[in-house]
Design a protein around this ligand. Structure first.
Ligand code: HEC
Ligand code: HEC
Length: 486
């Protein structure tokens, strides 16, 4: 299908939506106004204890509260495996130039993210919003093209679609049970999608591997050699095998590791996943307490926001279920910022789900993000385009207008002339902005300006107080002896 046909089709889709809207308005129903594709089936439909407004603004689709049974292993992971995973997560030994760890972009002190719109990968220096781009030849080459998501509740079994474009997904047709960019090269024995995910930052030149010729891992990554005998995963495994402290830790964690040579990258990935899954469950927010029947857990304003979210504002069409995500993909006119994914007319676009499915119908669709602890996880959206909850919620009052009038002060990333020069390459191109607007699924005006404070208040009630202080995640030292303080 050529570009013009696609465009026509998108416009056609828009017209149908407009016609539908007209009919529904004539019917006088706020509710039947399905503004989006039908969501996947909701797990929980239990009416909340607060039924004072059931009916017109009813609470249909309100989920069950999250509980331990919703997580892998009932949220009980073997301690030795978790300890090993915690150390690996904070150890720069996993990166080609030994200068960055998983925690650099998912730090306990930055609510399991990094507080930036777009991360500064290997070669950068420092943590969180003070992270700088590094100096000289070692400095970062480009921004990471997408926002680093927080990792709250990633151990929930429902969290089966990973990354903003879902390129890792549970898939029983694959030998490993998991679809990923590695296809059939993905090793078997991975515990779950989270373990599969842990293999991929290692293979990214910009994130952890480093550039070709800087180190053998960077070179293997640049050659696309992931699973070969001299590929990224094997080279990292050799490093772990050569470290006596790690050999002890792997032996303690796994029955099938007796000597260094038994260690595989799958053991490492499964340990990291056990650490991630067990560290940030999020079951005790005021919203969960309310769902368990404690009517006093939410204030009047928060309840008003909840009714909007599950009622007139239709947020739960996509933000459904206990994690407040359908784990499906939608285009919502999100501004596109940063270097992009090497596609589109100037190479700085990000086609989102289309990059995985190859289907132009999926252009600019991104996974609905789960909203647990969302008040802690700014900036928002796949490119970190909105810096506050007020800003992202206001986007929903007029998605296309918000895209076109985007306030660039929302973008938070360390400045460097050559990187700054391409940050707004898409937003500076009116035709590309039109394309993003045309693909938008959302209707304008469903959410009103005056609704924003209540919806924001409701979103803040999704914060679990147990997730506020994560200092205990940070190890004082790691087996490689590499620094953990930056
Ligand atoms: C340079 C920053 C950086 C580093 C280092 C990094 N990540 Fe990430 N992480 C990201 C970004 C950016 C994304 C989103 C990428 C995308 O969706 O395309 C992400 C996504 C994820 C996700 C998926 C979350 C979701 O909502 O789907 C998990 C889990 C994760 N990272 C864990 C890890 C682990 C484990 C490591 C170390 C092996 C690691 N990350 C290293 C930046 C980083
Ligand atoms: C059509 C499906 C859909 C509807 C309806 C919807 N959202 Fe979203 N939401 C998304 C998608 C998709 C994204 C991510 C878009 C991107 O990254 O490009 C998102 C992102 C968000 C984010 C940012 C989260 C983060 O971690 O980055 C918040 C907050 C949010 N939505 C709240 C709401 C609220 C409040 C409503 C109702 C007013 C709503 N959404 C309605 C699909 C939807």
């Amino acid at each position: 299908m050529n570009q013009k046909n696609i465009r026509n089709m998108i416009i056609y889709r828009g017209k149908i939506a407009a016609l539908g809207l007209l009919i529904l308005c004539l019917m006088g129903s706020e509710f039947a106004s399905a503004q989006q594709r039908p969501p996947r089936e909701n797990r929980g439909n239990q009416p909340p204890a607060d039924n004072d407004n059931n009916g017109r603004n009813g609470n249909r689709g309100v989920p069950d509260p999250l509980e331990d049974a919703d997580y892998y292993e009932n949220n009980e992971h073997p301690e030795d495996k978790v300890i090993l995973g915690n150390l690996l997560f904070y150890d720069k030994i996993l990166s080609g130039n030994m200068n960055i760890s998983c925690a650099t972009c998912h730090h306990a002190m930055a609510d399991t993210g990094d507080g930036l719109s777009l991360s500064a990968g290997e070669g950068g220096m420092g943590l969180g919003i003070t992270r700088a781009l590094g100096v000289g030849d070692d400095a970062v080459h480009e921004r990471i093209p997408r926002n680093a998501p927080a990792l709250f509740a990633v151990g929930a079994t429902e969290f089966d679609t990973i990354f903003h474009d879902g390129r890792i997904q549970r898939d029983d047709t694959m030998p490993s049970g998991i679809a990923s960019p590695a296809g059939t090269d993905l090793p078997e024995g991975l515990d779950n999608v989270l373990a599969a995910q842990a293999l991929f930052p290692l293979t990214s030149g910009a994130e952890m591997a480093g550039q070709a010729s800087e180190n053998p891992i960077g070179t293997a990554a640049a050659n696309g050699d992931l699973a070969g005998p001299n590929g990224v995963w094997q080279l990292i495994t050799e490093r772990l095998r050569a470290n006596a402290a790690y050999v002890d830790l792997f032996q303690a964690a796994y029955d099938d590791v007796s000597v260094a040579g038994d260690i595989t990258i799958v053991h490492a990935a499964n340990a990291i996943a056990a650490f991630e899954a067990s560290s940030w469950p999020s079951n005790n927010s005021p919203f969960d307490r309310f769902l368990r029947g404690d009517n006093s857990a939410l204030s009047n304003l928060e309840r008003q926001g909840m009714r909007l979210f599950y009622g007139r504002a239709r947020c739960s069409t996509c933000h459904s279920g206990p994690l407040l995500s359908d784990f499906d993909f939608h285009a919502i006119a999100m501004p596109q910022i940063g270097p992009g994914k090497g596609v589109g007319v100037n190479g700085h676009e990000d086609f989102g789900r289309e990059l995985v499915t190859g289907d132009p119908d999926h252009r600019y669709e991104f996974r609905t993000p789960p909203l647990r602890n969302v008040a802690l996880t700014a900036p928002y959206g796949h490119s970190g385009a909105y810096d506050t909850l007020e800003a992202i919620v206001t986007h929903y009052t007029d998605p296309e207008g918000s895209l076109r009038n985007y306030d660039r002060d929302n973008f938070v990333a360390p400045s460097r002339e050559d990187l700054d020069a391409i940050d707004f390459a898409v937003m500076d191109n009116p035709e590309l902005v039109d394309e993003i607007a045309d693909a938008n699924f959302l209707r304008r005006g469903i959410l009103q300006e005056e609704d924003v404070p209540a919806v924001v208040a409701f979103l803040k009630s999704l914060t679990d107080p147990d997730n506020l202080d994560l200092r205990h995640n940070v190890p004082s030292e790691v087996p490689s002896g590499l620094p953990v303080f930056d």
